[in-house]
Design a protein around this ligand. Structure first.
Ligand code: PEP
Ligand code: MN
Length: 357
């Protein structure tokens, strides 16, 4: 159920409707839009009586939402969600594309800084790096944990880059929430409902990767889990699915990008690194992702990929990332979109945006 408020509805009228919904034992999710606020109602198993809600002051209409996902849906919020990063000009969603790049894993302080410097110089606004790694083998490198988070926090201070890193479980989530700017939930955890709910109780944006065999509906329902707990800052990410194809690690399903845009207001990024698993295919598929309308890319970059402790074969060299930034910018222009270059800090004057230097 969705309550659409009149364009001129006041904050008090919106609050009164939310209180009324809470009194009925449901949860109200006010979602302000450019024209008007819509209030999503969750927690109801069946229909709720719309009669009384319609009578409340400031209410334009009450409409049932027939799709299984509600808060994720464009029916609830027509315009694209744009996630902002306080104190910076960085955004995810909307006209500007978000470029996120960095190593699969943070291995050492020197490795992370060497790569971050190149990423910042290339003009990306976000740095990725794994502190907790979901590895197929328990004997493979598992990540440096909190030490890696500390290194990434230093990278944010030095270069201004906003930090994206994965929380593999509820314990890691607490630390990732403390240090990072974006909480990544990996493909293997897309249907870890307790982790999704816990991330939904945080107030940092959540980057949710598509599960290896998840349908579009399952993917959107996973996002709904996060939003149902009150965290509306969700970023979707296509990272390839399992198919019979064996020339790539996964099959990058770019058709999900326009499919998501049709159904949902949430931004969707593409990860051609995990999506192909092969260095020589990352730049071409990155270009294709921008052409198909992705809201940004997440790319694994390593200065010495042959020495990487994880995912070296799919990590591109910093020079290739520079090339991808340039090509993505040109393709974006055709679509009347833009790839911002360098992060500008509007507050927090201590940090340096090195791409500007
Ligand atoms: C990663 O981003 O390093 C990662 C493990 O991704 P995914 O969850 O998509 O496999
Ligand atoms: Mn990886």
């Amino acid at each position: 159920m969705l309550v659409v408020m009149k364009a001129q509805a006041t904050a008090e009228e919106i609050q009164t409707v939310c209180d009324h919904i809470a009194q009925l034992g449901f949860r109200a999710h006010p979602l302000p839009g450019a024209q008007r606020t819509a209030i999503g109602i969750t927690g109801n198993q069946g229909q709720i009586d719309q009669g009384n809600l319609e009578e409340l002051s400031g209410v334009a209409e009450v409409i049932p939402v027939s799709k299984p996902y509600k808060l994720v849906s464009r029916d609830v919020k027509e315009e694209d969600t744009i996630i902002r990063f306080p104190g910076t000009n960085a955004t995810i969603g909307g006209r500007n594309l978000a470029m996120i790049a960095g190593p699969c894993s943070i291995e050492t302080r020197d490795q992370a800084f060497a790569i971050a410097e190149k990423i910042a110089a290339a003009g990306a606004q976000f740095f990725r790096g794994g502190a907790y790694k979901p590895r197929t083998s328990p004997y493979a490198f598992q990540g440096l944990g909190e030490d890696a988070l500390q290194i990434m926090a230093e990278i944010r201070d030095r270069f201004g880059l906003r930090i994206v890193t994965e929380a593999i479980d509820n314990e890691a989530l607490e630390l990732v929430d403390k240090y990072a700017d974006v909480i990544q939930i990996g493909a293997r955890n897309m249907q870890n409902y307790s982790l999704l709910k816990a991330a939904g109780r945080k107030r940092k944006p959540v980057l949710l990767k598509r599960g290896m065999s998840a349908t579009l509906e399952e993917f959107l329902m996973a996002a709904e889990y996060v939003m149902s707990e009150g965290n509306y800052q969700v970023i979707l990410c296509e990272r390839g699915v399992r198919t019979f194809a064996d020339h790539t690690r996964n099959t990058l399903d770019l058709s999900i990008v326009p499919a998501v845009h049709r159904l949902s207001h949430l931004p969707i990024l593409v990860d051609p690194s995990h999506g192909t698993g092969k260095r020589n295919k990352v730049v071409p598929l990155g270009r294709a992702a921008v052409a198909v309308g992705a809201d940004g890319l997440i790319i694994e970059v390593h200065h010495q990929p042959d020495k990487a402790l994880s995912d070296g074969a799919q990590s591109i060299y910093p020079e290739q990332f520079v090339q991808l930034m340039d090509e993505a910018s040109q393709i974006a222009q055709v679509l009347h979109r833009n790839v911002p270059r360098g992060i500008e800090l509007t507050e927090n004057a201590g940090a340096v945006a090195s791409a500007k230097n």
